[in-house]
Design a protein around this ligand. Structure first.
Ligand SMILES: [Ca+2]
Ligand SMILES: [Ca+2]
Length: 242
């Protein structure tokens, strides 16, 4: 057989997604842009990271008080690492073990922060928003928080999660406390109290043991989807015999 035969051999196309890792403290800080995710498929919500187990009996205050008590506004954070690989995590839900102390009041909402890691402490903010947990969880203090928009977390990197209850102390000195956890994963939890109303001397992020003496983590679970960002695309084999 004569003629020209054109063969296009299968090609490998690797499509990568670029996630912004910087930006301001907004809820849109590092969500993946639409259309640049190769082979993305969002499956059912699954557990991405879990340190909600093995709780200790105590909790760490992490609360935004009423304006008159702003010097007591306090924030706790804990770290986690996304395993290395060709994917990212889309975090759609956070579960928190916590409880109210000294009153039956419930928080109006919670502030959620994802920060970069700066060594052993939280670094710059990547994502911040106020969310209303599910009704039952808001009542109990074990918050279930659905995130919209969902932050995308890059594989192989470490982050810090902070959750802070928006709750007035009022006449009953209401507090919400984030359940502690004795086994420590990565770094110990961290604390900041800008106004130093608690007299911890932690007006910048410091390890929780230095601030309060509690050498612990706090309890949380991240749910969502693990989304592949590398896809292999094979072009069809074309034969032409004129
Ligand atoms: Ca406040
Ligand atoms: Ca930790």
């Amino acid at each position: 057989m004569r003629g020209k035969r054109l063969t296009v051999i299968a090609s490998l196309i690797v499509v990568a997604v670029l996630l912004s890792s910087g930006g301001t403290a907004t809820a849109h800080g590092f969500r993946p842009a639409a259309g640049n995710v190769g082979g993305a498929s969002v499956g059912a919500q699954a557990v991405l990271y879990d340190q909600l187990t093995l709780g200790a009996p105590n909790g760490a205050a992490s609360q935004n008080f009423e304006t008159s008590l702003n010097t007591f506004d306090i924030q706790v954070a804990d770290d986690f690492t996304v395993p290395a690989g060709a994917f990212f995590w889309l975090v759609t839900q956070i579960e928190i073990d916590g409880f109210y102390e000294t009153c039956a009041n419930q928080a109006s909402s919670v502030n959620v922060f994802f920060n970069n890691s700066a060594g052993t402490l939280p670094g710059t903010s990547l994502y911040q928003g106020a969310f209303v947990p599910t009704a039952a969880s808001l009542l109990s203090g074990d918050f279930v928080i659905n995130l919209n928009p969902a932050p995308g977390l890059v594989a192989g990197r470490s982050y810090w999660l902070s959750v802070q209850a928006n709750l007035d102390a009022g006449a009953q000195s209401c507090q919400w406390r984030w359940g502690m956890r004795s086994p420590i994963s990565g770094n110990t939890a961290a604390l900041v109290n800008l106004g130093d109303g608690w007299f911890y001397g932690c007006t910048v992020w410091k390890p929780l043991p230095i601030c309060t003496g509690d050498n612990v983590d706090v309890q949380f679970r991240l749910n969502g989807s693990q989304i592949n960002i590398v896809s292999t695309v094979y072009l069809p084999l074309i034969s032409r015999n004129p």
